[in-house]
Write a protein of this length. Structure first.
Length: 173
């Protein structure tokens, strides 16, 4: 029921593009050239950028940072190598409060000790039901999958990372 509800929210909140018409994902992004100048998902976050972070677009239009942002964790807590994604929820929401956003974390060094709903997966594959959201930062694309509702997937060419959702919004003092 939760997966069906998430799928319904995705369909009603934004235009989604199935990875192909048979429901299978392509091996590489449409129009992907084998050499993307060595870019990977990690290359977009090395180093992690402080607020406002990467510039995101949706369907070619700039996105408000309250709708989607990817920022470095605060340096005064020694979290500057952690990337925190804040995504307005339901998808497309320009959040006014933390209750209107979900937080996803990229922490390959294991710096944070807070709980996550899934595990970080580097160099993985998109699930069979992955859907493109239309959000992009250059070649970097954001995908969601009804089969993994507690994660987001970031993709550059054929490199994919799965970022877990934080159990509770993570912040430091």
């Amino acid at each position: 029921m939760l997966v069906a509800g998430l799928c319904l929210m995705l369909i009603s909140a934004c235009e989604i593009t199935p990875s192909d018409q048979q429901g299978r994902r392509p091996a590489v992004a449409e129009g992907h050239q084998p050499a993307l100048a060595g870019k990977t998902v990690a290359s977009f976050f090395s180093p992690a950028q402080p607020f406002p972070g990467l510039a995101w677009t949706k369907d070619g239009h700039a996105v408000d940072g309250r709708e989607l942002n990817t920022i470095a964790g605060p340096s005064h807590c020694a979290w500057e190598n952690v990337v925190m994604m804040h995504l307005g929820w339901p998808l497309g929401t320009v959040s006014q409060t933390s209750a209107e956003a979900r937080q996803f974390i990229r922490d390959p060094g294991g710096i944070l000790e807070q709980g996550f709903r899934e595990k970080l997966a580097l160099h993985t594959t998109l699930p069979f039901d992955a859907l493109a959201t239309g959000y992009r930062s250059g070649e970097l694309q954001l995908w969601l999958a009804p089969s993994a509702p507690e994660s987001v997937f970031l993709r550059v060419g054929d490199d994919v990372e799965q970022w877990p959702r934080a159990k509770n919004m993570i912040a430091c003092d």
